[in-house]
Write a protein that binds this ligand. Structure first.
Ligand SMILES: C[S@@+](CC[C@H](N)C(=O)[O-])C[C@H]1O[C@@H](n2cnc3c(N)ncnc32)[C@H](O)[C@@H]1O
Length: 254
C-alpha cells in the first residue's frame, strides 16, 4: 500500500518515503550503510559508470530485457547499486522498473537519478516483493540468493545474471600484480534454475585521466587486495587501456 509519503504493509508496519523518493524496507531497523557499499564506493561507481565505460553491458542487458519481457511488465534490478543499469534500461523500455540494494548510500544515488523507477533499501535474503510478481530480474556482480530470486520471479519469467568474463580488466591487473590471473568465470549456484542462454559482451576501454583510473580501481575487489608495489605502479599511470569482458547468464525456472 502506498501514498506519497508513507508505505504500509499488511502487518501494519509503516515506512517513510525519503526526500529522494526511495523507501527503506529493511526488516531490521538498521542502516544499510552498515553492511552494503559505503558512500565513497557508491560515488566512485556512479562517476565511473556515468562516463559510459560499461555501456556495452547496459545495452546487452536492455536488449535481453526487451526480448524477455513485454510492455507494462515488472522488471527488478537486484542489488541495483547506484542505478546506472536501471536508468539505462528504463530510458529505453516501457516497463515498471524496481531496484533495491542493501546500501542506503547506493539507493539514495539511484533515487536521485529521477527516472521512472521505484528504488528501495532491502536485503536479497528477504526481498519485499510478492511471489511471482516479477517478469524479468537482472543481477549484476552481486551476491546470489537462488531461493529468493526464484520466489519473486513468475513461472514464465527470467533472471539475467552477469559475471566478469575471463579477460575482464586484465589490463588493470597487469599493472597491479606481478603475476596477473585471468578470471575463472565461476557461475552462481543457481538451484531451481536452468541456464537458457549465455551472452558474452566484450570490448576495450581507454581511461585517460587519473580520476577515472582511480574510480575504476575503487569499484573493484583489487582495491582491497593489492600490494603497495602494485598500488604505486597504478598511481604513476595517467592512462590505462584494458579489455572488458562479461558473461550474462539467462536463467529460467527449472
Ligand atoms: C559490485 S556492486 C554492483 C552494483 C550494481 N549491480 C552494478 O553493477 O553497478 C554490489 C552491490 O551489491 C550490494 N549488496 C551486497 N550485499 C547485498 C545484500 N545482501 N542485499 C542487497 N544488496 C547487497 C552492495 O551494496 C552493492 O551495491
Amino acid at each position: 500500500m502506498r501514498d506519497n509519503r508513507t508505505w504500509a504493509c499488511e502487518s501494519r508496519h509503516s515506512y517513510d518515503v525519503a526526500k529522494e523518493g526511495y523507501v527503506n524496507l529493511l526488516s531490521a531497523q538498521k542502516s544499510g550503510d552498515m553492511t552494503g557499499d559505503n558512500k565513497e564506493m557508491a560515488r566512485s561507481r556512479r562517476d565511473f559508470l556515468n562516463k559510459g565505460y560499461y555501456e556495452p553491458l547496459a545495452q546487452a542487458v536492455t536488449q535481453s530485457l526487451a526480448q524477455y519481457s513485454a510492455h507494462g511488465d515488472s522488471v527488478l534490478d537486484i542489488c541495483c547499486g547506484e542505478g546506472y543499469y536501471t536508468a539505462y534500461a528504463a530510458e529505453k523500455l516501457n516497463r515498471r522498473f524496481y531496484g533495491f540494494d542493501l546500501s542506503k548510500s547506493m539507493v539514495r544515488l539511484a533515487a536521485k537519478r529521477k527516472i521512472s523507477a521505484q528504488f528501495f533499501v532491502a536485503n536479497i535474503a528477504a526481498i519485499p516483493i510478492r511471489d511471482g510478481a516479477v517478469k524479468a530480474a537482472f543481477h549484476l556482480f552481486a551476491p546470489f540468493h537462488a531461493a529468493e530470486f526464484r520466489r519473486v520471479i513468475s513461472d514464465d519469467g527470467v533472471l539475467l545474471s552477469a559475471i566478469p568474463g575471463r579477460d575482464h580488466l586484465i589490463g588493470l591487473k597487469e599493472v597491479l600484480y606481478d603475476t596477473p590471473y585471468l578470471n575463472d568465470e565461476k557461475e552462481p549456484q543457481a538451484e531451481g534454475f536452468k541456464v537458457f542462454e549465455r551472452i558474452r559482451v566484450q570490448g576495450e576501454i581507454s581511461l585517460d585521466s587519473r580520476e577515472d583510473i582511480d574510480a575504476l580501481f575503487r569499484m573493484t575487489p583489487y582495491y582491497y587486495h593489492t600490494p603497495s608495489r602494485g598500488m604505486k605502479r597504478l598511481e604513476e599511470r595517467d592512462s590505462l587501456s584494458t579489455p572488458i569482458d562479461f558473461v550474462i547468464i539467462v536463467y529460467k525456472k527449472a
